[in-house]
Each structure stands twice: as structure tokens, then as C-alpha cells.
Ligand binder design. Structure first.
Ligand code: CMC
Length: 391
């Protein structure tokens, strides 16, 4: 490996110091700023958790009220961004629209592009948390040909988002509080996860001094892939393809066959080798949400059968492959009537809190350097150019 440590996928490389999120993958522990995910899931809200991730401490009532006011104040999308969204073909994936639109924020907000000014950095973070849900809902609505709804700032964060998604002009949205609560909880669970692929991407781009909107757009692009945030969408199509609990055994057999190119989506994790604590919370929540909303979804039966068969199978046991956060989240999103192509967008809204927290932390980390990995060169030795007529 020459002079460098060869570590494909950065399995054993710490790329930074960070005080935001702690994971113990063997014990299934996840802490945001020291607080167990189970406690935050039970007692906190997504907006409060965002404050915690960014600022390091839970807010006092007064601090929270200022933060909430600021986020609410910045929820509007620039009117010209609607033209931008309108330029997409009708069947554009909302992740494509979100990624491009978030990058375009840097073209709208020149007052937050000075990375050396802490106030500009803070304002950019607020803008991102405030505007990503607005852009996400607008992307969805333009993808189905509906007029964009403006954010109703008399509502709370998640409820406001659901109104932007589903409200129809002059028809009040009959929103079941179970739906808003469930979405808020999913957002808490997805808010941060230390140096995952998208957050590492945000930091790598951030290390060059690029603006925060560009950094978060890069994070959204990294999140899109099925090995990362795209898994929730992939799980739902996998469960739909399996279709019935009686087909589970053959799906498990196929997932064990490396030549099949098929993996159990929503299974396995780079860090968790015991269980994913978020999956434990989501599994319980899925049953409760479906019961509360009086929904009987046959995909839940398929998911439970799949989990049961896989967890008894020596292939999955030996490799310590357990359901991860995305195994059940798609079933809940479906129950909340979130369309499948929006699942990864949901993840992006939540993870924006983590991305901006990491970006802000990076700006004040004294030993931050440009991210510049080396490689193990496997190409040709030096050789002489051969003229075209001699090749
Ligand atoms: N189904 C079947 N086999 C699997 C799976 C799976 N889902 N995941 C890992 N394996 C096997 C893999 O083939 C390998 O076997 P062997 O040692 O015989 O070569 C072994 O388990 C280790 O896998 P790996 O690919 O080296 O592990 P990794 O840490 O590089 O990848 C992962 C982690 C999450 C990308 C992977 O488990 C996976 O592709 N899972 C399915 C996609 C998924 O659910 N992603 C969401 C992750 S959690 C939320 C998020 O991060 O966004």
C-alpha cells in the first residue's frame, strides 16, 4: 500500500473530531450531544433536537422561542425559485429538484456567503433548516402539477410542512395529530448520524471553503443513493415486489446469493453490529401508527416475516446484519400518505439539521484541513506517447 494507509470506504479512518453525535455500534447506542436517542424520541421535538445538534445544549424556553421564531421567519422560498422548479420536466424525481434548488440558494442569499462571519454562518444554518421543507413540498407539488402552497407560519414546523404538501386551496386540511407526531419523531431519528456518507460529503465540500448551500446540496446528492438514504424508497419497492409473506424465504435465499446482485434493503449497517436503536423505535412506532390510523397494510406483514426469517438465518446472523432505520420507515411514510418518491426527501429534511450542525462545527474546528485523501495507484508505469498512426 506504499506510503499510505489503504482504507476503502473509510472503515477505520476518523476524518475529524466531533462533539455532536456518539455511536457505539456494538452496544446499539446513539447519543445526540450526550442525550440518548430513545429519550429524545420520547420527549423532544425535531426543532428542539435541531437546536441541540447545532448549539450543543437543549434550549431554555426563551432560547427555543427565539430559534423557532427565526426558523419560522425564514420559511419562505424566493418567488423566483418557483420558476426554477417549473423548469423541470413533469416527471422529475423530487430529489433532483431538491438537490438543485438547495444549491441554487447560494445564488439568492449573498448575505450569507462570508464563511468567516459567524453571524452569516448562523443565518445560513437557520435558512437551510427553514427553507428545505418549503422547497421539498414545492418540488413534490410541482411534480404532480399542483400549485405551490406558501408556508403557514402560524403552524409548527412539521404541521406546516404537511400543509404545504397536502393542503388544497380553500379546503382546510383535516390533519390527524398522529400523523404530525409520527413525522416529527421520524425527523428526530434521522436528524444526525455522525460521519455517514452524506455528512462526510458535506464536510469534504465544506473543507474547501464552499458555501453552506453548496455543501448541503452535495449532502443531498450523497443521500440519494440506495445504500444510504435511498434505502427507504428501495425497501418499499422490495416489500411490494415480495408481495406476500409466503415469498419471503425465496427473497432471503436470493439476498444470500452474491451473484443475484440483490440485497435485503433496510438490512445491515456499517457501524451497528448488534442492532440499530433507531430501528427498534421505528418498529414499535410502525405498529402504533398503523393501529392509531386504523390502517392494515399487508406490507407490514411482509416486513415482519422478512425480519423474522432473516434474523434466524446464519448468513445474516454471522454477518451481524439487522434491520436498520430505513427498514420500517417507508411503511410509516406510506401510512402518512407520503408518496414513495418523497421518502428520501423526508430523510433529507431531517438530516439537514445534522448537516448544518457539522458544517458549523467544522468552521470552528482548529485543525480542520481541506479533505484530500491519497490513493493506491494501480495504473500503468511511465511510458512514452505513441503517435496515432503507430497505434
Ligand atoms: N443483504 C445481504 N447481504 C448483505 C447486506 C444486505 N442488506 N448488507 C451487507 N451484506 C453482506 C455483504 O454482502 C458482505 O458479505 P461478505 O462479507 O460475505 O462479502 C457483508 O454483509 C458485509 O457487507 P458490506 O457491504 O461490506 O458492509 P458495509 O458496511 O460496506 O455496508 C450497508 C453497509 C448499509 C451499505 C449494507 O449493509 C447495505 O448495502 N445494506 C442495504 C442498503 C441499506 O439498507 N442502506 C441503509 C443504511 S442505514 C441508513 C442510512 O445510512 O442511510
Amino acid at each position: 500500500t506504499g506510503y499510505f494507509t489503504y482504507d476503502p470506504g473509510f472503515v477505520s479512518t476518523a476524518s475529524t473530531r466531533s462533539a455532536i453525535t456518539y455511536i457505539d455500534g456494538d452496544k446499539g447506542v446513539l447519543l445526540y450531544r450526550g442525550y440518548p436517542i430513545e429519550q429524545l424520541a420520547k420527549h423532544s421535538t425535531f426543532l428542539e433536537t435541531s437546536y441541540l445538534l447545532i448549539n450543543g445544549e437543549l434550549p431554555s424556553a426563551a432560547e427555543f422561542s427565539v430559534f423557532e421564531h427565526e426558523v419560522t421567519h425564514h420559511t419562505m422560498m424566493h418567488e423566483a425559485q418557483k420558476n426554477f422548479l417549473n423548469g423541470f420536466h413533469y416527471d422529475a424525481h423530487p430529489m433532483a429538484m431538491l438537490c438543485a434548488s438547495v444549491a441554487s440558494l447560494s445564488a439568492f442569499y449573498h448575505d450569507t456567503l462570508d464563511m468567516d462571519d459567524p453571524e452569516q454562518r448562523r443565518l445560513a444554518a437557520i435558512r437551510l433548516i427553514a427553507k428545505v421543507p418549503t422547497i421539498a413540498a414545492a418540488a413534490y407539488r410541482s411534480s404532480i402539477g399542483w400549485p405551490v402552497r406558501y408556508p403557514r407560519n402560524n403552524l409548527e414546523y412539521v404541521t406546516r410542512f404537511l400543509h404545504m404538501m397536502f393542503e388544497v386551496p380553500s379546503e382546510p386540511l383535516d390533519l390527524n395529530p398522529v400523523v404530525a407526531k409520527a413525522l416529527d419523531l421520524l425527523f428526530i431519528l434521522h436528524a444526525d448520524h455522525e460521519q455517514n456518507a452524506s455528512t462526510s460529503t458535506v464536510r469534504l465540500v465544506g473543507s474547501t471553503g464552499a458555501n453552506p448551500y453548496a455543501c448541503v446540496a452535495a449532502g443531498i446528492a450523497a443521500l440519494w443513493g440506495p445504500a444510504h438514504g435511498g434505502a427507504n424508497e428501495a425497501v418499499l419497492s422490495m416489500l411490494t415486489d415480495i408481495g406476500d409473506a409466503k415469498n419471503v424465504a425465496s427473497a432471503v435465499t436470493r439476498a444470500k446469493d452474491k451473484d443475484s446482485g440483490f440485497r435485503l434493503m433496510g438490512f445491515g449497517h456499517r457501524v451497528y453490529k448488534n442492532f440499530d436503536p433507531r430501528a427498534t423505535i421505528i418498529r414499535e412506532m410502525t405498529h402504533k401508527v398503523l393501529a392509531d390510523l386504523n390502517i392494515k397494510d399487508p406490507l407490514l406483514d411482509v416486513a415482519m416475516a422478512l425480519e423474522e426469517v432473516a434474523l434466524k438465518d446464519s448468513y445474516f446472523v454471522e454477518r451481524k446484519l439487522y434491520p436498520n432505520v430505513d427498514f420500517y420507515s417507508g411503511i410509516i411514510y406510506k401510512a402518512l400518505k407520503i408518496p414513495t418518491e418523497m421518502f428520501t426527501v423526508m430523510f433529507a429534511i431531517a438530516r439537514t439539521a445534522g448537516w448544518v450542525a457539522h458544517w458549523l462545527e467544522q468552521q470552528v474546528t482548529p485543525d480542520s484541513k481541506i479533505g484530500r485523501p491519497r490513493q493506491v495507484y494501480t495504473g500503468s508505469a511511465e511510458r512514452d506517447y505513441v503517435a496515432l498512426n503507430k497505434r
